[in-house]
Design a protein around this ligand. Structure first.
Ligand SMILES: [Zn+2]
Length: 459
């Protein structure tokens, strides 16, 4: 229990011993302000000397106690502001985290990537233990700052994080190290993200924007840290609410990014994705940039990156954009052998959604599956730490087989959509056992297409 809440409950306990007048004065005015019914009894205070009346009043006092406790707990906030300064002539961004409030966390550990986070500085004590920075914020305003090296190669000369003279693209969860916050449970941070940028630059991040700041919300954490894809520079942004999803496409000005094509494509396809996964994020940022960025798609929380040269539909008829969007909507990750599940759902639905939206006729869909089936033969076993290429084709084929089997045994009352929806609702890490259990729940019996022996043997 929060100590301050305990304090207010003690105030309620005191009332029963020493009288309501003390009670009223013992509750802070700002708490009273929300409960005018407490102020009114004052003229009739004498009746409180009557024990029966006091008993009658007790439920009211209890209510006030609970209400006050809730109010007090809700008031335990401090502000956390991340300011990211980016200058094209500096390879690293300067990041500052500023905490302000009457109460601050007693300790914050930053789990850094030493190759990308460096030059930590604070007026408060900081202790460096290997890759961990232990910061002890003090006073009612505390700051810590560090450099973040933006450039990062994903493969030779291909970047998944880059600063150029005109723009920079990076991910929030790389920009800000993972944080472990020590504070009383009721103390919560209200996080905002802001940028200090060269003249004419603006920022895109997967959060609601209020003026120059982004409001970072990721409920469930004591201190939210910015996550997802971000783009800064001279940007062209297009945005549209598609089937209730605020969809924003951002790319550097002058890049051959397909902003309008992407929005049109999603107008056709996103409603079909939402039918499968109705709980998908209400806001999705699509960031696009050209060379020397990695020539593919990469998903992140509420956001994705797609190389500006990627077609919306590839020659094998799958869609990189839809594949990444399925990742965003499902929000699952595989255990050490189950990346195939994550990639399989994304790949299968990148075809299936196009079929449902009318983007592809039945014949072309079947031909695409046949080609995928041939490719899948090159994967002797789906269980790999990271799934790609033939392995992902094999995974998509296995899920397609599971879909047909579920439809058959349930006489079309259930489909793979129900499995996807249940896995997405649970979120987090998935395993083969979890997939099998979920499929069994949906089908009402074991789904043979998902048996380990089948998935581990050559096709
Ligand atoms: Zn993928």
């Amino acid at each position: 229990m929060d100590p301050s809440a305990r304090q207010l409950c003690h105030a309620c306990a005191d009332v029963r011993e020493i009288g309501t007048a003390d009670f009223i004065s013992s509750v802070p005015n700002h708490v009273l302000a929300g409960y005018p019914f407490v102020m009114r009894p004052a003229p009739g205070l004498t009746e409180f000397r009557n024990a029966r009346a006091l008993r009658r009043l007790f439920p009211l006092l209890l209510m006030l106690c609970v209400a006050s406790t809730t109010q007090a707990a809700a008031e335990q906030y401090y502000d956390a502001t991340f300011t990211v300064e980016i200058r094209p002539d500096q390879p690293a961004a300067r990041v500052e985290l500023k905490l302000t409030g009457t109460r601050l966390p007693s300790r914050i550990e930053l789990h850094t990537d030493p190759g990308r986070h460096r030059a930590f500085a604070s007026r408060d004590p900081i202790k460096i233990v290997k890759d961990e920075i232990v910061w002890t914020p003090s006073g009612d305003g505390a700051r810590i700052s560090y450099d973040f090296v933006i450039d990062h190669e994903r493969s030779s000369k291909r970047f998944d994080s880059l600063l150029t003279k005109e723009w920079a693209v990076f991910r929030g969860e790389r920009l800000v190290p993972r944080l472990t916050v020590t504070s009383r449970p009721s103390l919560k941070g209200r996080t905002t993200l802001q940028f200090a940028l060269p003249k004419g630059w603006s920022a895109a991040a997967p959060y609601p924007q209020e003026g120059a700041s982004f409001k970072v919300t990721d409920t469930g954490r004591r201190l939210d840290r910015p996550e997802g894809w971000m783009l800064v520079g001279k940007l062209g942004k297009r945005s549209e609410i598609i089937d209730g999803v605020q969809t924003i496409v951002a790319a550097p000005e002058g890049e051959s990014a397909r902003r309008q094509d992407i929005l049109a494509f999603l107008n056709w396809n996103l409603p079909h994705l939402k039918e499968v996964l109705p709980a998908m994020p209400k806001r999705v940022l699509i960031v696009s940039a050209g060379d020397p960025m990695w020539r593919g798609g990469l998903s992140g929380p509420n956001s994705l990156f797609i190389h500006a040269d990627r077609p919306l539909i590839s020659e094998n008829r799958t869609s990189t954009l839809l594949h990444e969007l399925v990742h965003v909507a499902m929000g699952i990750r595989g255990d050490e052998e189950s990346d195939w599940i994550v990639e399989g759902f994304a790949e299968y639905y990148s075809l299936e959604l196009l079929r449902r939206s009318g983007g592809m006729g039945r014949q072309r869909f079947d031909a695409a599956l046949e080609r995928m089936q041939e490719w899948a033969k090159r994967s002797p076993n789906v269980f790999k730490r990271e799934s790609s290429g033939a392995n992902t084709a094999r995974a998509a084929i296995a899920l397609r087989a599971a879909d047909l089997e579920i439809r058959k045994v349930t006489e079309n009352r259930a489909t793979l959509d129900d499995v996807a929806r249940k896995l997405a609702a649970r979120g987090g890490e998935v395993s083969l056992e979890m997939l099998q259990t979920t499929a069994r729940e949906v089908a009402g019996r074991e789904v043979q297409a998902l048996e380990r022996e089948r998935l581990a043997a050559p096709l």
